[in-house]
Every structure is written in C-alpha cells, then in structure tokens.
Design a protein around this ligand. Sequence first.
Ligand code: SAH
Length: 211
Amino acid sequence: MTSERTRRRMIDRLRENGIRDERVLAAMYEIPRHVFVDPALSSRAYDDTSLPLGHGQTISQPWTVARMSELLLADGRQPQKVLEIGTGCGYQTAVLARLIREVYSVERIGALLDRARMNLRTVKLVTPRLVHSDGRLGLIEAAPFDSILMAAAAPALSEELINQLAPGGRMVLPIGNEQEQYLWVVDKTAHGVNRTRYDAVKFVPLLPGKS
Ligand code: SAH
C-alpha cells in the first residue's frame, strides 16, 4: 500500500488533474507521504484527499500541495528562500525542501511541530528550519523571503506578510472563510502588488496565538 506503484499512481493522478511542473511531480514522487500520516491511515496516504492530523488539523490534499508548489515556481521563478505558514505534519515542508534551498516553516501548535520535526528526520530532511510561532506575524528575523506559502485560510491579505516578501517575491495563499475560499497568487513588483485568483480550495482557518 506504500509501494512504488501506489506512489506512481498518485503522480499519474496529479498529472491527469492538471499538474504540469516536472520538478514538483518528481519531488512528490520521492517523498513518502505515508511517513507523514497517522499509521492507522497509511493505506490512504496516496489517495488524493486531505487526512486528519490530530489537534483538529488536516494534512493537505496532494493536489493542493502540488498546485501551490507549482504556482510558487511558475513563470520561470527560482526562489532561494521560502517561508511556509502552517507546518502541520511537515509534508508540504518536505516537498518545498526538495525544490527550494532555504526553507523556514512556522506552526502555532507545538505538538504538531515536534511531530513534523520527527517526520522530516525520518525522510532525512534536516535543513528546513521549524519555528513555533504565530505565522500571522511572518518570521521577521529571517525576512525577506522570495516566496511565502500559507497553508491555512486567512480572511484577508496581510500587510505584514507582504512586507516580508522580497521585491519580485511571490506569496501563494488561500483567502476566505469556512464556506468559500480561493487560492490567490500575490506578486510584489516594483509597481505595487498584483493579485490573481486561482482555484476554489478548502483549508483549515488561520488562527491567532500559539499552543
Ligand atoms: N502543510 C500542512 C498543512 C497543515 S494544515 C501539511 O502538509 O500537513 C494547516 C496548519 O496551519 C495547521 O497545522 C495549523 O495548526 C496551522 N496554523 C493555523 N494558524 C496558524 C498560525 N497563525 N500560525 C502558524 N500556523 C498556523
């Protein structure tokens, strides 16, 4: 159930559903998603579905992880430094670490961050820097970032996060409420901020504070 064939099938399905970036597909083929999910759910680790993580949180659906990663790299971008907000189990963090040299990831739930750290060690990825904090504030001590990827839905775009983007940088994030959310791409250019709306998505909400 966690065999190479099962993984290959997940990649084929991502391709059928419009994911085109070969770098993203290769990264997702290489990272064993079952390591990141609860052992009781590992038979479903390669289904294209989100799964419960505990603490009321979910590991994002593979298609969503692929889509967001692809958007970060699109238009010939080669980001060197990325901030992920909402580490969860660390699966998206692992995919980013395959694609971008410097990865920072913040999570507000300490117990999830500990698990993510363990999961990343299991797949021998030790370079991502994981920080226990409220990602609504970004990560000022490591800013600016070429890319910011947010894995929880915010009601609106935050000025603070745009400030932490490097000139020419890009942020990919879900904006909306429990009922309706869309993926947005926000580019910081010399002339201001460009926003483009993409797919309808479903993320857990961005919450304040840490626990
Ligand atoms: N990329 C993750 C998705 C996890 S779900 C994965 O692949 O597993 C979203 C995560 O965002 C949850 O773990 C949740 O605790 C976290 N989160 C929500 N609000 C946050 C905030 N203000 N700062 C940091 N993390 C936050």
